[in-house]
Unconditional design. Structure first.
Length: 400
């Protein structure tokens, strides 16, 4: 062997197996100078990874495996030598190098604790259309990432941290995000049946027009919503929002919450304008100052709920259970309460509007006391009337 051959050339000498991708000729014919800009360890490793016998030899020496990221069409997006063939290490390296990972195939990948974070505040990780279905992203950190149209169905992401992530129109069927932290995350238009968001913390998250049928948001905390956030026009049918706690008003404008569970939820100032809440359970819910304008609440169970200062206008509460509900200070006009249960309802604030009882009711209510105490209303509510008119009605009945 020539004495001028670079030591790395000797280490790679295999006779017939010398990879043609390396610059220079076969070792027996001499290599380029080690100071040649085309000659580098990276080029040598790249050449080795394309040669199966040398890949196996390198693995035996270093424990490194060639790991490849491909798109859904099988095209190579990025490849590297990673310890044990770790996809997590390869993915993080690809992100650091600014590789576009659109439509990357990561189905069933083990990405526990992965950092899918853009290298700087001016950059983004592009994973639009990526397939992460069935992947394990437990405790992963995802920041400044585009996941538009990505598939995360059946992915495990408990305890994950998502910051400034755009996941519009993504698929999250049966995705486990329990205990996760979501900050400035766009999930508008997502298809997420049976999504698990239990015990998570949400800050400025948008679920507008999302399909969240049977989603579990129980015990979650909602810190705030920006002007684009909320659940507007979302489908939350059969969803579980029990014990949800919000620090401010949550918009549910034109949302569908059919048979949803809001029992013991703390949603002060929630906006249910033109929403469908038929057969919804909101027993003992704290909904003070909420808005139910033009909302359908037929058959809703609001027993013991806090509806003080709520705005209930042009709403349907037929067959609703309003027993022991607190509507003091509420603004109530033109509501339908046919066959509603209202025993123990509290509407004793003089500034509130009072309910007139149905003419078919067997008994008559007593006149309201000046102290503000409201007599028990045991029959169905029919129509809301202003305070002065209601007082005249009760006074007339009391004197008859």
């Amino acid at each position: 062997m020539n004495q001028g051959i670079h030591p790395m050339g000797q280490a790679l000498e295999t006779g017939d197996g010398w990879p043609a991708a390396l610059p220079g000729a076969h070792p027996r014919q001499g290599l380029a100078s080690p100071w040649d800009p085309q000659f580098s360890v990276a080029r040598i490793i790249e050449a080795i990874t394309r040669d199966p016998p040398l890949t196996a030899a390198l693995h035996r020496l270093t424990g490194l495996w060639r790991t490849v990221l491909r798109d859904l069409d099988g095209r190579v997006l990025f490849e590297s030598m990673a310890p044990g063939g770790s996809l997590r290490t390869t993915l993080e390296e690809a992100i650091l190098r600014g590789v576009s990972l659109q439509r990357v195939d990561l189905r069933g990948a083990d990405l526990r604790g992965a950092r899918i974070v853009a290298p700087s505040d001016r950059e983004w990780v592009y994973m639009d259309g990526a397939d992460l279905s069935g992947a394990d992203l437990s405790g992963a950190e995802i920041a400044r990432a585009n996941l538009i149209g990505a598939d995360l169905s059946d992915a495990r992401m408990p305890g994950a941290s998502l910051r400034r992530v755009n996941a519009m129109d993504a698929a999250l069927h049966r995705t486990d995000l329990s205990g996760a932290e979501l900050s400035f995350v766009g999930m508008s238009g997502v298809h997420a049946m049976d999504l698990d968001l239990s015990a998570c913390v949400m800050d400025s998250v948008a679920f507008n027009e999302a399909r969240l049928v049977r989603a579990d948001l129980s015990r979650s905390r909602i810190l705030r919503f920006d002007h684009t956030g909320g659940f507007n026009r979302a489908d939350l049918s059969y969803a579980d929002l029990g014990c949800v706690e919000a620090d401010g008003p949550v918009p549910f404008i034109q949302a569908k919450l059919l048979s949803a569970n809001l029992a013991d939820a703390r949603l002060p100032g929630a906006v249910f304008i033109e929403s469908l809440l038929d057969q919804c359970t909101m027993a003992s819910a704290h909904l003070a100052a909420s808005r139910f304008e033009r909302a359908s609440c037929e058959g809703v169970d609001a027993a013991g709920s806090d509806l003080r200062r709520a705005s209930i206008v042009d709403a349907n509460f037929d067959r609703a259970n309003l027993e022991s509900a607190d509507l003091r200070g509420a603004r109530i006009r033109r509501i339908s309460t046919e066959r509603a249960a209202v025993s123990g309802i509290r509407i004793d604030d003089e500034d509130a509007y009072l309910f007139a009882v149905s003419p078919s009711m067997a008994g008559r209510p007593a006149a309201p006391k000046r102290s503000g105490a409201m007599p028990m209303v045991t029959g169905p509510l029919q129509q809301a009337v202003p305070h002065r008119q209601a007082c005249s009605l009760f006074a007339a009945e009391a004197s008859s």
